[in-house]
Design a protein around this ligand. Structure first.
Ligand SMILES: [Zn+2]
Length: 425
């Protein structure tokens, strides 16, 4: 590797780190709300509708978590959801030729992710503005957009004002803002969610859901749009907000809310159930001790039982699902199809942050943690973020994992279905 290549590689890691660990204050400073969901954005009451005994109560309101979503604040991920993609330049940053076309082409792949992942339940549409709109300020005027709800709101308001003569914002539920690559103030790509009354008004509509993209788009590709939009739907980050931690220790590459560039980015069955894309009838809910079999259809295929969920008490559940290579996945030695087992909790929020937004402890807990069938056995040919959990799955008959009194054994592999025995003591 040449020196310049080394520099580029290092830069990529730094930028990736910027995204995966949203800007947090220096250790001595008081904890600030992470950029992707300030507590003020989540002031509404938590929806208390617990229809299934395997859903998890949410102990306190606010932010993104694994409990029932408060759709008074977050955006329901069903029916038709329309997003407008704006391109904005500044007094000190202009795009280069072809930049808008390149971004349009890249993000154009994002709607299919949601169509496939939701089994068609979500009709997600993107409209791309056809020109750069000028914000008559330097991009540096919006520094802090990724650590402050109000600074990000100011940036969104400036972008909407710049485009308002050309766009009817009443047609859209989500605003995406894309700056030129040369606008160096924009490093990462936080989502923005406003409670009713805190949004930006245009064309008679209150805009409360947005994503402001940064330079890290070039590292992640189009699926960063799916990840950030996942936040708008109420899904939490599944990586650690503690820079001193192993960032992707919790779920590796098994969900786009974890590692965006992963080989297996489809959303967990738990997330699809939370989003309403899976019916209660597709969840095999267990609340008592004993042993029973289940036949799981692949997560990426429509129909059938998608998960066994064992409510192990309080705010915690253990989930079993069948991961085979779907249209969203990349066939690779870094994706070992099989039965995946993970623990879910609502005790912590996005990024492992405890209520109040403090920097989470090293090692978690995180909202979701994959149970590793092969602890300590990395697949060293895979990326540092994925290698520990690539081989977490149960891939051969007889493979077994136990977590918190729940034992899961793979018993048969008919076609792409997987039969398991789940024992609760
Ligand atoms: Zn995120």
């Amino acid at each position: 590797m040449s020196l310049s290549a080394r520099v580029r590689a290092t830069l990529a890691v730094v930028l990736a780190g910027t995204l995966v660990a949203p800007a947090l204050p220096a250790p001595a400073a008081p904890a600030a709300p992470p950029a992707e969901g300030p507590p003020s954005a989540a002031a509404g009451p938590a929806r208390s509708t617990l229809v299934s005994p395997c859903q998890l109560p949410t102990p306190v309101t606010g932010w993104q978590h694994e409990g029932p979503t408060n759709y008074a604040t977050w955006l329901p991920p069903s029916g038709t959801v329309r997003g407008i993609v704006l391109f904005v330049d500044f007094t000190n940053a202009a795009p280069v030729s072809g930049e808008r076309a390149g971004r349009t082409s890249m993000f154009g792949a994002a709607p299919n992710f949601f169509a496939d992942s939701s089994y068609g339940a979500l009709n997600f549409q993107l409209t791309f503005d056809t020109a750069w709109r000028h914000i008559p300020q330097p991009h540096t005027a919006f520094a802090g957009y990724n650590t402050s709800f109000s600074a990000q709101r100011s940036y969104l308001a400036a972008a909407v004002a710049a485009a308002n003569s050309a766009i009817d914002f009443s047609l859209y539920q989500i605003v995406y803002v894309v700056p030129p690559k040369s606008a160096g103030s924009f490093t990462n790509s936080p989502a923005w969610v406003a409670a009713p009354g805190d949004g930006v008004t245009a064309d008679g509509a209150e805009l409360r859901h947005a994503v402001t993209f940064g330079q890290d788009v070039d590292n992640w590709g189009y699926k960063i749009l799916n990840h950030e939009t996942g936040h708008l739907f109420g899904l939490p980050d599944l990586y650690s907000y503690n820079n001193a931690d192993s960032i992707h220790r919790a779920v590796g590459g098994w969900d786009v809310m974890g590692l965006i560039s992963a080989r297996a980015p489809d959303l967990f069955a738990w997330h699809k159930w939370k989003a309403g894309w899976l019916a209660d009838s597709q969840i095999d809910c267990r609340t008592t001790t004993g042993s029973a079999p289940a036949t799981l259809t692949p997560l990426g295929a429509t129909g059938g039982t998608k998960a066994v969920v064992v409510h192990t008490g309080g705010n915690t559940a253990v989930v079993v699902e069948n991961r085979q290579v779907s249209t969203l996945d990349v066939a690779s030695g870094c994706f070992q199809p099989g039965v995946l087992v993970y623990r879910v909790t609502t005790a912590v929020f996005s990024g492992g942050a405890w209520p109040g937004g403090n920097v989470p402890p090293i090692g978690g807990p995180f909202p979701v943690e994959v149970v590793d069938r092969t602890p300590g056995s990395d697949v060293t040919t895979c990326s540092a973020d994925e290698k520990a959990l690539v081989n977490a799955t149960l891939t051969a008959i007889g493979h077994t994992v136990t977590y918190s009194g729940v034992t899961v054994q793979l018993t048969a592999t008919p076609g792409n279905n997987r039969e398991v025995s789940v024992t609760v003591v």
